[in-house]
Design a protein around this ligand. Structure first.
Ligand code: PMV
Length: 326
């Protein structure tokens, strides 16, 4: 018997980084997924294999890499943490074979680690015939995110669990927004991988050096997200685009943009985007452009001409779901 769970990735429309400091963020689940398949095995080892080219086995504290060299342990540890969190929660010890199939590029800000944790928690839960509630899935999947950085806001895990468009604030219930317009978005991937934890730390360090300046930037970002939520609710997409432009400016002020990101943001805007910003932790990774429907191709070409990889994404209404395959 196998249990399978499929969870969507995400794109942050406004508020990344500032959400760590209790400001609201606006985030959307996207139609790119991670699937996790889990089966019991007769010993107590946890063997994890990912289509991204990493395989290894955890036996207690020990790790044996089979594929992907030294990076395998770092990449696979969050899966091990998520699976172990569920085994602890159900108070059961057994070995597991876990297969990960991902169509979300890793370490570029599209929520691959959040979706991976959420899918792992849901699949292992389903294997033991437990359908965790949504807050339980978020809570259990946060254990793995603490390995990535020690002060996660939970925004990625929340949107991957619930799906749709969410107004999120740390330690508060997520507010799901009913959005009528389809929201035409193009992502531009710089292809530069980076570590979320390092970027979160760099913002904290800047805030420690110049708290009176950075606290104003952080508060402005909170006001900006509130206005972005109103713009979305009233269907004012051009205002939402303008707010995304300003949000990029605040992220530049926080020190998390890069030459590659700025180049793609400007390319998207000159290609006719209503607004564009880096999305996720920054430092590399992706930009997100809000575009009028008829300009999707023009904006995609502009991103490509600026050395980015364009990815057209759509809103995903549903969050994680799981099932049994006999
Ligand atoms: O890992 P990313 O690139 O999706 O970034 C997560 C969003 C941050 O706000 C930078 C961190 C967090 O915990 O909210």
């Amino acid at each position: 018997m196998k249990a399978i769970a499929k969870a969507p990735g995400k794109a942050i429309l406004t508020g990344e980084h500032f959400v760590v400091y209790d400001q609201p963020a606006l985030v959307m689940a996207i139609d790119r997924f991670i699937s996790v398949t889990v089966a019991k095995r007769p010993d107590t080892s946890i063997r994890i294999s990912s289509t991204l080219g990493y395989t290894g086995t955890f036996e207690g504290e020990k790790f044996h890499s089979e594929q992907g060299g030294g990076a395998a342990q770092r990449i696979l540890t969050p899966v091990h943490i998520s699976a172990s969190a569920v085994l602890d929660a159900v108070n059961y010890r057994c070995g597991l074979n876990i297969n990960v199939d991902s169509e979300i590029p890793v370490e570029v800000g599209l929520g691959s680690s959040g979706a991976l944790a959420v899918a792992t928690v849901s699949a292992v839960g389903r294997l033991f015939d437990i359908a965790f509630s949504e807050p339980e899935v978020v809570n259990l999947s946060l254990e793995a995110e603490r390995y990535v950085h020690n002060n996660p806001s939970g925004v990625d895990q929340t949107v991957s669990t619930y799906g749709g468009v969410i107004q999120y604030r740390k330690n508060q219930s997520a507010i799901r927004l009913e959005v009528e317009s389809p929201l035409s978005l193009v992502i531009g991937n710089t292809g530069v991988r980076r570590e979320t934890g390092r970027l979160v730390d760099s913002v904290r360090a800047r805030r420690t050096r110049i708290p009176d300046v950075m606290d104003r930037v952080i508060r402005s970002a909170g006001v900006l997200t509130t206005k972005a939520v109103d713009a979305l609710k009233s269907g004012n997409v051009s205002l939402l685009g303008e707010l995304m432009d300003v949000n990029h400016g605040l992220l530049v002020a926080a020190g998390v943009s890069s030459i590659e990101l700025d180049r793609l943001v400007h390319a998207a805007r000159s290609g006719g985007a209503l607004g564009a910003k880096l999305t996720g932790a920054g430092g590399g990774g992706c930009v997100l452009a809000l575009v009028p429907d008829e300009r999707q191709d023009t904006v995609s070409r502009a991103i490509q001409d600026a050395d980015g990889v364009p990815i057209k994404v759509n809103k995903m209404e549903g969050g994680v779901h799981s099932w049994i395959n006999e």
